[in-house]
Design a protein around this ligand. Structure first.
Ligand SMILES: Nc1ncnc2c1ncn2[C@@H]1O[C@H](COP(=O)(O)OP(=O)(O)OP(=O)(O)O)[C@@H](O)[C@H]1O
Ligand SMILES: [Mg+2]
Length: 279
């Protein structure tokens, strides 16, 4: 079966005279993978994301979504429906006066019959926990609610790939948690590939696989535990590790054997509990 996303020797330049902001990128992402793309400002994350749904076309190389070349214009409306994007600023993602109408707008665009539309709106609202908010005006919602409403809007189209481009970066910790929980819930329940772009390591560790971009190049392609092994390398590049990972990195440096890195706070607390009960 074709990969969900297949990228081969891709380069991207915004202008011919500018340097390439994505360079020599090759990777493959399977269906039902949850992948984080980690990178500092300007590392090419959004450019990469926009090449997945054909908003930008590679200057060189090839990007395929489920075996279809994004450069082929005949695939564009198919792509827009298959690849849902959620962006950073929750304010900029609404066109209608209520959440319900906003979700309906996207469905009208693909010519969905009314009966099916009503059903689909209810479904996607339920999946994102906003059923109670369907009649609300988008601008009255909290940041986290706005992002979940935006997710409902793209989810209603039943995409096979969802791309979150720093979708939590403007939210407070509570909103961030809400949106991350929605995202991981969708991954567990739906047959979907998730690409989560972030510059936050703690957030990236929630994924199954982490791609680190640096100046448009793929620096690392790692599991969460594998990424934690790259402590110094990423620290030297200005990344801040969550304290509970730093603690594990320090213990490992001191010669304490940990069977693995515990990539969530809860797992680490549990592991500490086990360790201390053996002492
Ligand atoms: N429309 C554009 N025209 C010219 N250069 C651009 C354009 N958009 C982005 N760039 C440049 O391309 C490079 C990569 O930008 P990109 O937005 O992909 O990075 P990013 O990793 O998403 O950054 P951020 O974390 O700030 O969102 C940067 O140097 C940026 O200045
Ligand atoms: Mg960006």
């Amino acid at each position: 079966m074709a990969a969900a996303i297949y990228v081969e020797d891709v380069w991207f330049q915004y202008k011919e005279e500018d340097p390439a902001v994505v360079q020599d990128l090759s990777l493959s992402i399977g269906a039902r993978e949850f992948v984080a793309v980690l990178g500092r400002n300007g590392s090419g994350k959004s450019t990469f994301a926009h090449m997945i749904n054909g908003l930008l076309l590679p200057t060189r190389g090839k990007v395929e979504v489920k075996g279809r070349n994004v450069a082929d214009e005949a695939n564009h409306s198919w792509l827009r429906q298959r690849v849902g994007m959620v962006f950073q600023n929750p304010e900029h993602q609404f066109v209608a006066a209520t959440v319900r109408d906003d979700i309906a707008f996207g469905l009208e665009n693909i010519g969905m019959p009314r009966e099916k539309m009503i059903e689909r709106i209810e479904w996607s609202a339920k999946k994102t926990g906003i059923s109670e908010l369907l009649d609300a005006e988008p601008h009255r919602l909290s940041g986290g609610q706005k992002q979940r409403a935006a997710i409902a809007g793209v989810l209603a189209l039943k995409p096979s790939i969802l791309v979150f481009d720093e979708a939590t970066s403007m939210l407070d910790p509570y909103g961030r948690k809400e949106v991350l929980a929605t995202l991981t819930g969708l991954f567990e329940e739906e047959n979907i590939t998730i690409i989560m772009i972030t510059h936050d390591i703690k957030e990236a560790l929630q994924a199954e696989r982490i791609l680190v971009l640096e100046e448009g190049k793929l620096l690392l392609d790692q599991t969460p535990a594998g990424l934690c092994n790259e402590g110094d390398r990423l620290r030297a590049r200005g990344y801040e590790w969550p304290y509970f990972i730093e603690m594990q990195q320090e213990l490992t440096r001191q010669g304490v054997h940990l069977p693995t890195y515990y990539v969530t706070e809860e797992e680490w607390v549990e592991a500490l509990w086990m360790l201390s009960s053996k002492m």
